[in-house]
Design a protein around this ligand. Structure first.
Ligand SMILES: Nc1ncnc2c1ncn2[C@@H]1O[C@H](COP(=O)(O)OP(=O)(O)O)[C@@H](O)[C@H]1O
Ligand SMILES: [Mg+2]
Length: 350
């Protein structure tokens, strides 16, 4: 089993906010938003890990913590097995190793600059190419890595002259320019036309295989997570509720929330998926329910669910679920500490 490139342990982020949502110090806060609570996960090389959950479940906050754009309230972050001090500013070296791709390529590209300018920046900022021929060759090579060929046809194009899929490929090329080890892709296809989503997902899958990248694929769409990822981590209200090999989690979901997500996913075999909203809405992140946060929507809720937070129970090999339903049978807690849901790399399908 290879060392994960990036790993987090019990990562927590609470936003302290004042009145109209202004961020303040915790001591002065009117209330605290529990955006991410005790999340553990590991991103091995050549492996796609999907984080799945509804809007507001903490996915983007998790990505921003992993990118070190925000500092955690508590918890550890390890890059290639070494602890990264939480309070210290993000170094250029960290930014080179861990790159982010965002949902909206239009917003992440500057409309007044062409493709060549966007792709020259990372080489210049990180001192990775000599101006002139070396830079031109490296820009052409990175365009080829995202299948925008011939490179010459794209260099002078401005963002508005590209299709949505081409724009997202340019954003991915910009991330790849610095030879990162980890890509954090936050809903990278959600804003694209359905017809071009598959092409971008297949590009991510090629990059995993060809360049052995560790990819975090964030999505609200569990079907696309099953398509692309080896491991699926399901988040609900800031916590991991289930994690394991993608096919197991989607074929034999152990947590009632994952079951709900799957019953709401479009499926050609089934005429009428349930609407997620018909089964209630996620709880307030300011005052989440006691015990299991899903219990207010759960058809199986029992007394214990309000009293104690369910620990991670083993639901199969490399498959864990934080649900008291598993606590009744033979299954043993995968960990002593409630909420430690690190699926590790045991779910790898290679
Ligand atoms: N900077 C912030 N200040 C206060 N609350 C925030 C901030 N960023 C995110 N949140 C809150 O944290 C929770 C999780 O948000 P987010 O990580 O964006 O979820 P997702 O990406 O899954 O939709 C939400 O309740 C959101 O309102
Ligand atoms: Mg988000």
């Amino acid at each position: 089993m290879s060392t994960p490139l990036l790993e987090v342990k019990d990562l927590t982020k609470h936003f302290a906010v004042h009145g109209r949502g202004r961020a303040v110090r915790v001591a002065k806060a009117d209330h605290v938003v529990h955006a991410v609570d005790d999340v553990s996960l590991a991103l091995p090389p050549a492996h796609v890990t999907a984080v799945v959950g509804e809007s507001g479940s903490g996915k983007s906050t998790l990505a921003r913590l992993l990118a070190r754009l925000i500092t955690p309230t508590s918890g550890d972050l390890l890059l290639e097995g070494k602890v990264v001090p939480a309070r210290r500013r993000r170094t250029l070296g960290y930014a080179k190793a861990v790159q982010m791709v965002l949902q909206d390529p239009f917003a992440s590209l500057n409309p007044i600059h062409d493709v060549r300018y966007h792709l020259s920046r990372p080489f210049v900022v990180h001192g990775l190419a000599k101006p002139g021929r070396d830079l031109d060759e490296k820009i052409a090579a990175v365009l080829e890595r995202v299948a925008l060929t011939p490179a010459g046809a794209f260099l002078r194009k401005f963002p508005h002259e590209l299709s949505g899929g081409q724009r997202q490929r340019v954003a991915i090329a910009r991330a790849l320019a610095v030879q990162p080890k980890v890509i954090l892709a936050d809903e990278p296809v959600s804003m694209l036309d359905v017809s071009i989503r598959l092409g971008v997902l297949n590009l991510l899958s090629d990059l995993r295989d060809r360049e052995r990248l560790a990819i975090l694929y964030i999505t609200h769409d569990i079907a696309s997570a099953r398509y692309l990822a080896e491991t699926i981590v399901v988040m609900y209200a800031g916590q991991v509720v289930e994690a394991g090999p993608a096919l197991r989690v989607t074929d034999e979901p152990a947590h009632p929330y994952t079951q709900l997500l799957l019953s709401a996913a479009p499926d050609p075999q089934r005429a009428d998926p349930v609407a997620l909203g018909d089964r209630g809405v996620p709880p307030s992140a300011v005052a989440p329910p006691s015990g299991c946060r899903f219990r207010t929507r759960c058809p199986h809720a029992m007394a214990i669910c309000a009293e104690r937070r369910p620990p991670a129970f083993t639901a199969g090999e490399g498959h864990v679920s934080a649900c008291w339903l598993l606590g009744n049978g033979a299954a043993a807690p995968a960990s002593q500490k409630g909420g430690d849901m690190d699926p590790g790399t045991s779910g790898q399908q290679t």
